[in-house]
Design a binder for this molecule. Sequence first.
Ligand SMILES: [Zn+2]
Length: 172
Amino acid sequence: MARRRTERGDFSPLRVYSDPFQHAAIAAAVVAPLTRGTSRRVVVTAVAASVVIDLDHVIAARSARPRATTGLDQRPRSHSLLVAAIAGAAVAVRAGPAHGWATFAALGSHLLHDAGDTAAATPILWPFRPARQIGRRRQVAGTLLLTTGSIAAGYAAARARARAAACADCAL
Ligand SMILES: [Zn+2]
């Protein structure tokens, strides 16, 4: 599996500036099936989570300059499924399970997209496994898995909503 082909300090303006849009588009697509049974605002939550996570590069590089943020040997540890799960749980407590799932799925799709390229290694399974890249095929498989989770959650939410509406009718 290709490791890091891009040398430290390599800088592709096209990649750097299109990256947030790619992450946002993928996160929106992954979470879209969830809107079947919940509010469309879950897509806003997903897009925000998928873009905000890259602020950790700025913190790790102690600079907002693209050359510094993309020149790290390894992506920051906040680029891990553990952190995605904690963030998802925290959002679920505050804003409900749909937004919690949207946060986790968006961060998961972001990690998979990062781990699918040939740039700096991604600590996706930190602290259990060392940082590594997984390739585009596994990225697609993982992203489809997250989308399947959104389809299932959207279906369950739609059924729960229908049941609640039916019960409201029969209680009268
Ligand atoms: Zn990233």
